[in-house]
Design a protein around this ligand. Structure first.
Ligand code: NZQ
Ligand code: ZN
Length: 385
C-alpha cells in the first residue's frame, strides 16, 4: 500500500560555484560560531580560506580533528569547548563525518543528562540543539540535507545512528569545486554510498508509488552515468555537480515517502566498520549483493523492475532477477570496491560477534523485519566464502 506521509524538509541549499561567499548572510550577525572540521583537507584545497574570507570580522572559535567515522570521545572535547565558549551557532565544514559529528555536538552542548552517549542510543530524549550550518566537501551521505548522524564509540567498538529534526542543518552550501581535491577512493566511496542509499529505499516490494520509484531510478541512472566521468576527470564540473546533487537527493527523505524501506545493509555495514574499520561505503558493497541473493524471493518484483528500467536488461523473470543482482555487484567493482568481506579480515569470529550483538539488541532488519541475526550470518558467510 502507498503509505501516508508527512514531509517537511527545512534545509536551505545554496548550490554551485562560489556559493561559499554567501556564508555570512546565512548566520545570525551576533552569533558566536564554532567552526568544526576534519583532519585538515580544508587547509589544502582552499576551502578554509574561502570560509574565513566570507566570515571576516565574525566571532569564530575552531575545533578540528573530527575523524572519519566520528567518535564520541573526540566529539565530547568539542562539546566541552562549545560550552566553555558559549557557542550559539555551529558551522560544519567537511564531509559526512564532520557534519554528523557536528549534529551530535549540537545536541550534546545543551544536554543536561549525565551520559551524552544516550543521545545516540536514543535512551535520552534531547529537546534542544544549537543551530547548524554546513559547507559540504564530499558528496556521499546526504547528511547536508537530513537529520541523521552516525557516531562511533571507540571504547566499546560501537557505531550507531541517531536522528532528530532538531539537528537538520539550517542551510548547506554545496559547491562542486570544493570536491575537486577528493582522492579517487573517496569519490568511489561517495558514489557507492549514494547508490546504496537509493537501493535501501527502493529495493523492497512495489506499492505503486510511481513518483518515488522513478525518482529513485533516475538517481541510480545518474550515478551510473557520471561515475566513470567524474572518476576519470575530477575537474569536470558538470559531472561533479550531477554527482553531488544525486548524493544529496538520495538521502534527503524524498524518495522514502510512502514506500517501505530496508536499511539492513547499512545496519550490518556499521558493524563491519565498528569491528574492522572498513570505510562506510566499502562495508555496504560487501553486504548488499548477498542480501539481494538471499532475499530475492521477497524482492522479486522490484528486482525485475530494476533490471528492466535501470539496467535495460531483457529475458525471463528468473534471468532478470539474476542479472539485477549481478549488475549490482559489478557496479561496486567498477568503482574499485570489493564485494568480499574477507578482503577486510572479516571472519567467522566477527560474524559471531555481530550475531550476538544483534540478538542482544533484539533486532530484525529489512522491510519485512525478516532479516534476523541468523539471516545476517548467512549473508556474511556468503561474503567471506
Ligand atoms: O578529515 P579531512 O581531512 O577533511 O579528510 C576527509 C576524510 O579523510 C576527506 N575529505 C573530505 N572532503 C575532502 C576530503 N579530502 C580532499 N578533498 C575534499 N574536498 O575524505 C575522508 C572521508 O571523509 P568522511 O567525512 O568520513 O566521508 P563521508 O562523507 O563518506 O562520511 C562518512 C560518514 O558518514 C556516515 C558514515 O557512517 C560515516 O561515519 N553516514 C552518515 C549518514 C547520514 N548522516 O545520513 C548516512 C550514511 O549512510 C553514513 O552512514
Ligand atoms: Zn550510507
Amino acid at each position: 500500500m502507498f503509505n501516508n506521509f508527512v514531509y517537511q524538509n527545512p534545509v536551505k541549499i545554496l548550490f554551485g560555484k562560489g556559493q561559499i561567499a554567501q556564508l555570512s548572510k546565512q548566520i545570525p550577525a551576533d552569533a558566536k560560531i564554532l567552526l568544526t572540521y576534519g583532519g585538515g583537507s580544508i587547509f589544502q584545497n582552499g576551502v578554509y580560506e574561502q570560509v574565513k574570507k566570507a566570515l571576516e570580522g565574525r566571532n569564530i572559535v575552531e575545533f578540528g580533528g573530527i575523524e572519519a567515522n566520528p567518535t564520541y570521545e573526540t566529539l565530547m572535547q568539542a562539546v566541552e569547548l562549545g560550552r566553555k565558549e558559549e557557542i550559539t551557532f555551529l558551522l560544519a565544514v567537511g564531509g559526512g563525518s564532520v557534519l554528523d559529528g557536528t549534529k551530535f555536538i549540537a545536541a550534546a552542548i545543551p544536554f543536561e543528562g549525565d551520559d551524552a552517549w544516550q543521545i545516540v542510543t536514543g535512551q535520552a530524549k534531547f529537546k534542544k540543539a544549537i543551530p547548524i550550518g554546513s559547507v559540504l566537501t564530499l558528496p556521499a551521505t546526504g547528511s547536508e540535507m537530513n537529520y541523521f548522524a552516525v557516531i562511533s564509540k571507540k571504547s566499546t567498538q560501537e557505531k550507531k545512528g541517531m536522528g532528530n529534526p532538531l539537528v537538520y542543518p539550517t542551510f548547506s552550501i554545496l559547491d562542486p569545486e570544493t570536491t575537486f581535491s577528493l582522492p579517487p577512493r573517496q569519490i568511489a566511496n561517495g558514489i557507492a554510498d549514494a547508490f546504496t542509499h537509493v537501493m535501501e529505499q527502493y529495493m523492497t516490494y512495489p506499492v505503486d508509488a510511481q513518483i518515488q520509484d522513478r525518482f529513485a531510478e533516475s538517481i541510480i541512472q545518474t550515478l551510473i552515468e557520471v561515475a566513470p566521468k567524474t572518476l576519470e576527470n575530477p575537474t569536470n564540473y558538470e559531472a561533479r555537480a550531477n554527482f553531488m546533487w544525486a548524493a544529496t537527493v538520495a538521502l534527503n527523505g524524498f524518495i522514502s515517502l510512502g514506500v517501505p524501506q530496508d536499511w539492513a545493509t547499512h545496519q550490518i555495514g556499521h558493524e563491519l566498520t565498528a569491528f574492522h574499520g572498513v570505510d562506510h561505503a566499502r562495508s555496504l558493497a560487501v553486504v548488499l549483493p548477498y542480501l539481494l541473493k538471499i532475499k530475492q524471493e521477497s524482492k522479486r518484483e522490484k528486482l525485475i523492475q530494476y533490471a528492466k528500467r535501470v539496467w535495460n536488461l531483457s529475458g525471463t523473470d528468473d534471468e532478470l532477477v539474476a542479472g539485477a543482482i549481478q549488475k549490482t555487484g559489478e557496479f561496486y567493482e567498477s568503482l574499485g570496491l570489493s564485494i568480499k568481506a574477507s578482503e577486510y579480515g572479516v571472519n567467522q569470529e566477527t560474524i559471531a560477534k555481530i550475531v550476538k550483538r544483534f540478538e542482544a539488541r533484539g533486532v530484525n532488519f529489512g522491510e519485512k523485519a525478516d532479516i534476523t541475526p541468523a539471516v545476517v550470518a548467512e549473508i556474511l558467510e556468503m561474503s567471506i566464502a
